[in-house]
Design a protein around this ligand. Structure first.
Ligand code: PPS
Length: 290
């Protein structure tokens, strides 16, 4: 099956075409946030779908059935996608709007800082992001032909992949956190202690959870539940978009999978770049590079 060879370049960032157009990208930068909005921000492959599920469960804790039949991309749509307006029109107007973006901070900060919208930044060990992204390129027909793992490894480190540099993405968002109503959560926090991570998140969202509600959310956001559910695992997406014969969107769902892919030389190179890019960061991130 052919690849969808359309890429949109916007403000120096490459993104898959069709789902993004110059019009939808401009509209996203002009989006008027409401104080009740919740914006999930991720670099691709950082656990976006996982967090979309968790956010929609938290905000529908009294009746999960309401969202069961709706795919995560429609419950928590991307600001920059062409179908945003359709999704907004179908949202329950009595609830906060849940939104997603892969955009860098510079494209949204202007409008975001004028609101009290809550920003949830979900980060993941970039070594695992790289491996997950590599596999996703094989599956997703809207991404460029991936070539070898070695080639992709270098492109990722140089920021020459869709949505640009992982390093710039996280540094720029962490750099503006004081100006925003901001919460940092990581894939590693959620993997290691999901109970505590979800409790902290729901407190930030002003949505404290009863013990039973928390238990339900833990069940419905587990990898075993999500990977079997068609509204959550992208298995219903058309074969022109995802080549399901090549692999699954819900691939492994673990931390540290990079160890099965990085050569010792690649690991040393990655660590050098990481140190150069992230060495000055004072905030402690919970992943291990060893
Ligand atoms: S995307 O395309 O940017 O929206 O992808 P994203 O959802 O950010 O990332 C996909 C990876 O997240 C894993 N995933 C999960 N891990 C643990 N638990 C749950 N519930 C879960 N849901 C999704 C998914 O398997 C991808 O990671 P890899 O490492 O490829 O398995």
């Amino acid at each position: 099956m052919d690849r969808i060879k359309v890429t949109e370049v916007f403000e120096g960032i490459s993104m898959p075409g069709k789902m993004h157009t110059q019009e939808s990208l401009h509209a996203a930068t002009n989006f008027q946030f409401q104080d009740t909005d919740v914006l999930l921000v991720t670099f691709p492959k950082s656990g976006t779908t996982w967090m979309q599920q968790i956010l929609s469960l938290i905000f529908n804790k009294e009746d999960f059935q309401k969202v069961q039949g709706i795919p995560t991309w429609s419950r928590v749509p991307w600001l920059e996608h062409t179908y945003l307006l359709d999704c907004l029109a179908q949202m329950d107007a009595s609830k906060p709007r849940l939104l997603t973006t892969h955009f860098p901070a510079k494209l949204l900060i202007h409008n975001l800082k004028n609101s009290k919208a809550r920003v949830v930044y979900m980060a993941r060990n970039p070594k695992d992001v790289l491996v997950s992204y590599y596999h996703f390129h094989k599956l997703a027909k809207f991404l460029p032909d991936v070539g070898s793992f070695e080639d992709f490894f270098d492109q990722f480190l140089e920021g020459k992949v869709n949505f640009g540099s992982w390093f710039n993405h996280i540094k720029d968002w962490l750099g503006v956190q004081q100006e925003l109503n901001f919460f940092l959560i990581t894939y590693e926090d959620l993997s290691q202690d999901p109970r505590q991570a979800i409790q902290n998140l729901s407190n930030f969202l002003g949505q404290p959870l009863e013990p039973k509600e928390l238990e339900n959310i833990l069940h419905y956001c587990s990898f075993s539940f999500m990977s079997k559910n068609d509204q959550l695992n992208y298995s219903l997406t058309s074969p022109e978009v995802f080549d399901h014969s090549i692999g699954k969107f819900m691939r492994k769902g673990v931390t540290g999978n990079w160890k099965e892919y990085f050569s010792p030389e690649q690991n040393a190179k990655f660590n050098n770049v990481y140190q150069a890019e992230m060495g000055d960061l004072t905030i402690k991130l919970p992943w291990s590079l060893d």
